[in-house]
Design a protein around this ligand. Structure first.
Ligand code: HEC
Ligand code: HEC
Length: 336
């Protein structure tokens, strides 16, 4: 009876109830057995002690029709009592018992995740998941790289157009890391130290401590686009927009269809870039382009786009040339 084994090992708070029911059912069965069970007729002298087995007379017709039948029917009654008590009660209790077990496993995961987080993540993301920072991987950049708060990650991605499932998003971020950023890969498959199960535990922990509160939109207070770019974009797109983990932005307007001859194409390119800033882009395994909706104001986004526009070039990639001397070929293409 496999269910008996499951019952016997039922741990946790609800684990004892089925055992009690089982014992009660067994006790009822035992009482029924004593009262009407087959044992009662057995007493008295051995009936056929000396006669070899094969030659013993079988029960008489009278015996078969009375005692024998009663005995069989008593067994039936006893088993029916047992089944009618045990099965429905088991059916009633089992879902709760399973839920309790699932809760227990979840609780264990969260505990394990908490310990792993303290060991592997807290140095950058903060002991209480409040966020922090890490040095930029490039030695040329002094500004630290912000490590996002994780106690609000569900709220932050709730209305996201680039992330449908936050649990999966966290798992993929942990397994693959984000190449080029301080966020390393932690999954064994990508050379990290942690099994998927351990990463699931960390994820369960993160999801268990969500505050549900969104960070406030950063005040704009008339800052320059240049300044905003340095704060928000330079770590990924390079201080000169020359590209780093994100693409260079020196001719991004052209990539979005801008043609200096055509006024309307400028507005279209600006609108498309503003849209990229609002929505962001998810690139599994790499630093995603963050969504700036709700992070900075619309005004700040426009100021950044103005700043980008101020150094746009045409004619293909132009790494590291903002403010630099344009080459002869630049001249030709931009003035044509
Ligand atoms: C060396 C510092 C560092 C460590 C250690 C670190 N992270 Fe990160 N993590 C970062 C940075 C920086 C980012 C942001 C990368 C970016 O800009 O895309 C990040 C991003 C993330 C994100 C995505 C957040 C978002 O809003 O998109 C998650 C989730 C995350 N880390 C979880 C973890 C967990 C869990 C651990 C521990 C297993 C960990 N990180 C360890 C630095 C770190
Ligand atoms: C965490 C790194 C990161 C940050 C911070 C970041 N970006 Fe990006 N950005 C990317 C990546 C990666 C892509 C490329 C996404 C893809 O492959 O589709 C990208 C793409 C873009 C694009 C589209 C480029 C194209 O050719 O399609 C624009 C425009 C852009 N970013 C502007 C910005 C601006 C402006 C900021 C600051 C407000 C910013 N990004 C901040 C990583 C970042």
């Amino acid at each position: 009876m496999p269910e008996l084994m499951i019952l016997a090992e039922g741990g946790g708070s609800g684990g004892n109830v089925p055992v009690v029911i089982l014992l009660a059912a067994l006790a009822t069965f035992a009482i029924a057995y004593v009262i009407v069970g087959p044992g009662r007729q057995r007493r008295g002298p051995k009936r056929h002690g000396d006669i070899p087995l094969a030659m013993r007379p079988y029960h008489s017709d009278e015996e078969l029709e009375t005692t024998g039948m009663e005995r069989a029917m008593s067994w039936g009654v006893a088993l029916a009592v047992f089944a009618s008590l045990f099965v429905p009660l088991y059916w009633l209790i089992e879902p709760e018992r399973i839920n309790n077990r699932v809760d227990d496993f979840y609780e264990q995961d969260v505990q394990a995740g908490r310990a792993l987080f303290a060991e592997a993540c807290a140095s950058c993301h903060g002991t209480n998941l409040e966020g922090g920072s890490a040095p930029h991987p490039s030695p040329d950049v002094d500004a630290p790289w912000p490590a996002p708060a994780l106690d609000n990650i569900v709220a932050r991605y709730q209305d996201s157009e680039i992330v449908d499932d936050v649990h999966e998003f966290i798992m993929l971020t942990l397994i693959h890391g984000r190449a080029g950023t301080p966020m390393n890969a932690f999954g064994v498959a990508s050379g990290g130290l942690y099994s998927d199960q351990q990463l699931e535990a960390i994820t369960a922990y993160i999801l268990s401590v969500q505050t549900g509160q969104l960070p406030e939109v950063e005040a704009f207070v008339g800052r320059s686009g240049d300044d905003l770019f340095d704060q928000h974009c330079a770590r990924c797109h390079g201080p000169q927009a020359e590209g780093y983990v994100g693409p260079q932005l020196i001719n991004v307007f052209e990539r979005y269809g801008w043609d200096p001859e055509d006024e309307a194409s400028l507005e279209q390119a600006r609108a498309a870039i503003l849209d990229t800033l609002r929505v962001g882009r998810n690139v599994p395994g790499e630093a995603p382009m963050p969504s700036y909706e709700g992070v900075i104001t619309e005004e700040a986004m426009v100021a950044i786009v103005d700043y980008l526009e101020s150094f746009q070039q045409t004619g293909g990639p132009r790494a590291g040339q903002i403010g630099g001397e344009p080459t002869a070929s630049d001249d030709e293409e931009t003035s044509s």
